[in-house]
Design a protein around this ligand. Structure first.
Ligand SMILES: [Zn+2]
Length: 379
């Protein structure tokens, strides 16, 4: 039997332990609340432009090192400054399995001639496209000068024309003289488009932008932040919108069946690829490049792969971006692999997760090279 003082001592010890436990619980919940409110505050103040998620999924990745077939890049530009830079570019192309690159110079005159000179050491690795010279357009007889300049560039080595570019206000890309107000289906363009057919010079042409860029850059825009960077301001009078620009290209393609057109960037129809499919169904002289639209098709890999497979004879590979190893490997990863849920926010400026299209090998080979060889009439 315990004495009274022992019982009291025991009770006091239990009480002390209970108080100490209570204090620990209070402290613990305070810390949890503090962490939670810090996390919440962080989430509340995080800007979308700073959101650069890193996938935590431990899924198999292909770790691609180069293209699995030799590649013809049908959409690049004159990014390098010197002949030494051209040497380095050829080394990079060798490493990446890119056997040839089309340099869309969109220039005429001296600008085109100096580009020819810069790449002249590697005639089998580069081919150059020239622009149209719109000097004096709108005045009688200007097309003769433009056609003469096209022929001169052809004799200098131009293998095609491009990149032409119309974002609603006319042909803006050609240097040194753009054709503001002239759309590709303008009757004034007809002699130039016919001459391209006669010389077998395919026309690489960019019309419009993708639909995200026409939407308000607000909290509902599926394509933010890239949509904000490339937002199209439609407030100017007489400016052609997305569908009207596609229609202008369709008119030119239909009215010039002997001329080959390559619609850049999947016709900027990535949000509704069937718009492009409808034109491919109707016009055998139309092709499309997939340059700089990898970020737009990788969020819908099954649909995009089925679409590219359906029209597998009509697409060509292109990059459009400053050539470096990561850029090339990202395009190959998206086309070739079944990698899932990876991010490239710095490359594409979207916050989307991306997925490889896992294209069948025969489709890949056509996209990488065979369709380009057909368009360019290589043996
Ligand atoms: Zn381009």
């Amino acid at each position: 039997m315990r004495c009274c003082s022992c019982v009291l001592l025991l009770t006091s010890n239990i009480l002390q332990k209970l108080v100490s436990m209570y204090k620990s619980i209070i402290l613990f919940s305070f810390i949890i609340t503090a962490i939670h409110s810090f996390a919440q505050k962080n989430a509340d103040s995080l800007l979308l432009k700073n959101y650069k998620p890193v996938s935590i999924y431990k899924t198999p990745t292909a770790n691609i090192q180069r293209a699995s077939f030799p590649v013809i890049d049908m959409h690049s530009h004159d990014y390098v400054a010197t002949k030494n830079d051209v040497d380095d570019l050829v080394k990079l192309m060798d490493k990446m399995n890119v056997k040839k690159t089309m340099i869309l110079t969109y220039t005429t005159g001296k600008g085109f001639d100096s580009a020819v000179e810069k790449y002249s050491k590697y005639p089998s690795r580069f081919e150059l496209f020239c622009g149209f010279d719109y000097t004096g357009y709108g005045t009688p007889g200007w097309q003769k000068h433009a056609v003469d300049e096209l022929e001169r560039c052809y004799k200098k080595g131009a293998k095609g024309v491009g990149e032409l570019g119309d974002k609603g206000e006319g042909e803006l890309y050609s240097k040194p003289t753009p054709g503001k107000g002239l759309h590709i289906d303008d009757p004034q363009m007809k002699p130039l488009l016919e001459k391209c057919a006669a010389l077998h010079m395919p026309i690489s042409i960019h019309v419009a932008e993708d639909e995200w860029m026409y939407e308000n850059p607000d909290s509902t825009n599926d394509g933010m932040m890239n949509a904000a960077t490339w937002h199209v301001n439609m407030s100017k009078p007489n400016k052609l919108g997305h569908d009207a620009l596609q229609k202008s290209l369709e008119n030119a393609v239909r009215e010039n069946p002997e001329t080959i057109f390559i619609a850049c960037h999947l016709l900027n129809a990535c949000a509704n690829l069937q718009q492009l499919g409808d034109l491919l169904d109707k016009y055998p002289n139309l092709y499309a490049d997939i340059a700089a639209r990898y970020g737009e098709i990788a969020p819908v890999p099954r649909y995009a792969a089925a679409f590219i497979t359906k029209y597998q004879d009509r697409f060509v590979y292109g990059t459009d971006n400053d050539p470096d190893e990561h850029m090339y490997l990202t395009t190959f990863r998206i086309l070739e692999t079944a990698d899932e849920h990876f991010y490239e926010p710095n490359t594409f400026n979207y916050h989307w997760a991306l997925y490889g299209l896992d294209l069948p090998k025969e489709v890949l080979e056509k996209l990488y090279r065979k369709n380009a060889e057909k368009i360019m009439n290589y043996k």
